[in-house]
Design a protein around this ligand. Structure first.
Ligand code: DX5
Ligand code: ZN
Length: 217
């Protein structure tokens, strides 16, 4: 069964705790927290304090997946661990192989799952060296920075390659897709090999969120 992770970026920020609970009440499996620093992407969202407030609102058992679109994830990730997120994903575009490998290892040592994201323009080969060391691979289907953009079907090739690599190498990382995903393309993503679908606008802004999530599943 595909995991649906609504992105809180599309929620009403004036009622953030209620919005987080609304997603889980509507059948969300995970909740996706988009962290943007105004440097790695051209937008600023929220930080560890808000993540801690979300954790408090949803209780200890819900799965929170943090997508760090920030420079220096090595310097900031432990604040998100303390805020209570379950998974921390950062971008492969950020550094050399020593930096990536070291940061991935440190995230796991801190007791949470790790993930590596790649932008639409970044080839599959950029993440290949790390696939045995990650819990989740995030294939971006928009250029990160903003919700509500159009899905880029060209990235499905990378999802297929990742799924093949996983089978051939008996690896177990999850494949996540993020950006422009909704009822119209969820099946296409799942067929290509995606296990986790992030959906912001198509869930939080739907007239009936439970129906929107059920349709995608
Ligand atoms: C984009 C973010 C996404 C985004 C998804 O930078 O990483 O998680 O919020 O929103 P939609 O589903 O509206 O494209
Ligand atoms: Zn995201």
């Amino acid at each position: 069964m595909t995991i649906i992770s609504p992105s809180l970026l599309a929620a009403d920020f004036s009622r953030i705790g209620e919005e987080a609970r609304r997603a889980f009440d509507a059948g969300a499996d995970w909740l996706h927290l988009d962290i943007m620093d105004g440097h790695f992407v051209d937008n600023i969202s929220f930080g560890p304090e808000i993540c801690a407030a979300v954790r408090k609102a949803v209780g200890p058992d819900r799965f929170l997946d943090a997508h760090l679109m920030i420079e220096r994830p090595d310097h900031y990730f432990d604040r998100f661990v303390r805020a209570g997120v379950n998974l921390i994903c950062f971008h492969v575009e950020l550094g050399d192989s020593y930096y990536i490998r070291n940061t991935l290892g440190r995230i796991r040592e801190a007791g949470v799952k790790n993930g590596l994201a790649l932008n639409p323009a970044t080839p599959f080969e950029a993440v290949e060296p790390y696939l045995a060391e990650i819990d989740l691979l995030l294939v971006m289907s928009v250029v990160p920075g903003f919700g509500g953009q159009s899905f880029m079907p060209s990235v499905l090739d990378k999802v297929e390659k990742a799924a093949e690599w996983r089978t051939e190498n008996r690896a177990s990382f999850l494949i996540q897709m993020d950006g422009g995903i909704g009822q119209n393309n969820a099946a296409q993503c799942a067929l290509a090999g995606a296990d986790v679908l992030v959906a912001g606008s198509s869930t939080f802004k739907a007239p009936d969120m439970a129906h929107a999530i059920a349709e995608m599943k």
